[in-house]
Design a protein. Structure first.
Length: 155
């Protein structure tokens, strides 16, 4: 999936509807400019959790089923794809093809902000699927322009 340029091109065309995407990017930029010390990240994380409540996942029988269910929702949102890897003591969630902005000046703020929406979304979906309360999901790496890696591990 990582080298599928046709899929990335398709997503770029549908992920940026005129007006709505510009509005979302403007809101995120204004939040980043006006929020104090991570307030915007906390807000966006909570927004992701609320999206997971509105769009809960069906019960999954295992990690593969969970990944399929998560990708089905992401596909409906046109937010990209997710690869989940079990590392034994943690899970790596690699998000690919997140919506990207055409304006290079806004790209960094947008990607760093959207990562927190995804983090809240994934954390809530993992809880819904039965992940224990002593596990925590956090962004591990942001890969410009449209990828991020999250790690679920014991706190």
């Amino acid at each position: 999936m990582r080298n599928d340029s046709a899929y990335k091109s398709y997503l770029e065309q549908i992920q940026q509807p005129a007006g709505w995407f510009d509005f979302a990017v403007t809101v995120v930029r204004m939040m980043a400019l006006n929020a104090r010390d991570g307030e915007d990240h906390a807000f966006l994380h909570e927004a992701g959790q609320h999206i997971a409540e509105i769009y809960p996942l069906p019960k999954a029988k295992g990690l593969e089923d969970l990944g399929i269910a998560m990708n089905s929702r992401l596909d409906a949102f046109k937010w990209g794809k997710l690869e989940i890897t079990d590392s034994g003591d943690s899970l790596a969630l690699h998000h690919l093809c997140m919506p990207a902005v055409a304006d290079p000046a806004a790209q960094n703020v947008w990607q760093n902000s959207f990562v927190w929406v995804l983090c809240g979304l994934y954390a809530a979906w993992l809880r819904q699927s039965g992940a224990p309360a002593d596990l925590s999901l956090a962004p591990e790496k942001i890969i410009p322009p449209d990828e991020a890696v999250f790690r679920l591990r014991r706190i």
